[in-house]
Ligand binder design. Structure first.
Ligand code: NAD
Ligand code: UDP
Length: 310
């Protein structure tokens, strides 16, 4: 059955892939974005689809529409961008959540929150399970994002308990792929662009910190699976790749794949930069029948191909 679906942050990296997939599945999609870190170029190929609509709107302001489902993705995700205006980042997470939950309550729609592994902060438990409550510095440079996303989870679960809103929370780990903005600032796009331009590869710290990288198609698949679950499954559920990589090893892999002459240079580690990150995805496996299917090797090839042709 054709559903009417609102995607906030739909012109961003993850949002544009999600809009595309939801349309492919025969749904009607309304993409809402204020273009802070998203761009029309990400969705221009969808514009001629009569079931696709674009709205310029900022989710810190209420928005009204009748839909069956809401995917709430609006929020800058790269540390470089979310730290430009930390107050706005927090407003987007918190007021955006309130506005989308209020809308969901009023129109009886299901609402999914794109939460993040950042709710675990610099984790003292490894790998991270959903039951771990995290280690976030509430006054650090990353707090506007981490605490904003934590508060959003609180709002989602409170609207569920208090108002019976049908909610879904996914804690998404580092995701990469085509349509990351060249100036996004996250590690995969930075390294690929630097390597392709034979510019120095910038490693922050000594490169022994770890992350777990997922390819965008796998994450979009998980979001849709989560939305399709029964009302009594609300999460939070970790979504990510349980393979863990050191940043220095990522740099060397990108250098090799791009046959680049770039040198590696070391820069100071930003404050509160987590030292390790790796999801326990038992819940996703059991409850969503989901696990990543695209290896880092193949995902990097596709992403390098995209940036080469930009
Ligand atoms: P992105 O920056 O590419 O996309 C975010 C989109 O939201 C952009 O199009 C931006 O213009 C829009 N936006 C920002 N503030 C807004 C506002 N106030 N009103 C309306 N639109 C607004 O980032 P992304 O990587 O696509 O991330 C999408 C979502 O997924 C974010 O909520 C992010 O926190 C979450 N997430 C992403 C990752 C990842 O690795 N990419 C990991 C965990 C969680
Ligand atoms: N990083 C790096 N060089 C870069 C960009 C990032 O060494 O040019 C490091 C960063 O310090 C962090 C890791 O790579 O340890 C992942 O950074 P990203 O911004 O992609 O995501 P997050 O820190 O939010 O997980």
């Amino acid at each position: 059955m054709k559903k009417k679906i609102l995607v906030t942050g739909g012109a961003g990296f993850l949002g544009s892939h999600l809009c595309e997939k939801l349309l492919e599945k025969g749904n009607e999609v309304i993409c809402l974005d204020n273009y802070f870190t998203g761009q029309k170029a990400n969705i221009v190929h969808l514009i001629n689809n009569p079931y696709f609509e674009v709205v310029r709107h900022d989710i810190t302001m209420p928005y009204f529409i009748e839909v069956d489902e809401i995917y709430n993705l609006a929020c800058p995700a790269s540390p470089v961008h979310y730290q430009i205006n930390p107050i706005k980042t927090m407003k987007t997470s918190v007021m955006g959540a309130i506005n989308m939950l209020g809308l969901a309550k009023r129109i009886k729609a299901k609402v999914l929150q794109a939460s993040t592994s950042e709710v675990y902060g610099d984790p003292e438990v490894h790998p991270q399970k959903e039951s771990y409550h995290g280690n976030v510095n509430p006054i650090g440079d990353r707090a506007c994002y981490d605490e904003g996303k934590r508060a959003a989870e609180t709002l989602f679960t409170s609207y569920q308990r208090q108002n019976n809103v049908s909610i879904k929370i996914l804690r998404i780990f580092n995701t990469y792929g085509p349509r990351m903005m060249p100036n996004d600032g996250r590690v995969v796009s930075n390294f690929i662009i630097q390597a392709l331009n034979n510019q120095p590869i910038t490693i922050y710290g000594n490169g022994t910190q770890t992350r777990s990288f997922s390819y965008v198609d796998d994450i979009v698949d998980a979001m849709i699976r989560m939305m399709e679950t029964e009302d009594n499954l609300s999460g939070p559920i970790n979504i990510g790749n349980p393979e863990e990589f050191r940043i220095i090893d990522l740099a060397n892999t990108v250098l090799k794949k791009t046959e680049s002459n770039s040198e590696i240079i070391f820069k100071p580690l930003p404050s509160d930069d987590p030292m390790q990150r790796k999801p326990d995805i038992t819940l996703a496996r059991e409850l969503l029948n989901w696990q990543p299917t695209v290896s880092l090797d193949s995902g990097l090839d596709r992403t390098i191909h995209y940036f080469r042709n930009l």
